[in-house]
Design a binder for this molecule. Sequence first.
Ligand SMILES: [Fe+2]
Ligand SMILES: [Fe+2]
Length: 271
Amino acid sequence: MPDNTVTVVYIADVVGEAGRNALKKHFPGIISRFHPHLVICNAENASGGYGLTERNYHELIHLGIDVLTSGNHIWDKKEIMGHINAMERLLRPANYPPGVPGRGAIIIPVRNEAIDVEVAVINLMGRVFMLPVDCPFQTIDALLEVFRARTPLVIVDFHAEATSEKQALSYYLDGRVSAVIGSHTHVQTSDARVLDGGTGYITDAGMTGPVNSVIGMDITQAVSRFLYTMPGRLKVATGRCMVQGLMLELEIESGRCVKIEPFTYTTKEGD
Ligand SMILES: [Fe+2]
Ligand SMILES: [Fe+2]
């Protein structure tokens, strides 16, 4: 890795204890492969598949995650509402209306103290086929005015359902942020690339959780919900797991992405 770049690893949505355990197993290998200066992880499903407890927040930070992002499941564990302001490394979507607790963006120094570099991480949520929130496009315009004065290294986790909305935001931000990483659909897409203006992009980074599942959840329960249209909470699936995510290499001076490399690790049955 040239010394005019920083390396960032993004771990895709961690689902339940199965996902957390798979991440713990593969984390040392990921670190020794990429030597990242910053590790970001989407954790909106990290606790039982729904939300994030304070305990699991600390568990992931202790493992070595620098910034946790989230999305529509952020409030599923009700305890978080009283704690989120104190969870300094956790982001909820920045385009929740003013007054919502927590923070949607962070500026953080990279973990290598020899390099004096800060990276901004911003979490946004889409509005197509999702609960209505404020406009992600206008929200990030306002945030970038402030953040770009501090650092050219800006990473966006765009938590959205519609591919079109994700692509549109990536072109809207091309050349103004280092990367737009899509999350929420839990299936890694094969469109990772650097856009013409220098912004790294992937429609969805994938998932960290059970391979044989419906986006992480138990197959029988998920099929039954579609068959009978009856409500019911789904349990996290079991069996072998995968850890998905990607590596970004970013030019310190310009903030441009020079490389985006998705990855998938899998565990064996019973691991
Ligand atoms: Fe998710
Ligand atoms: Fe989500």
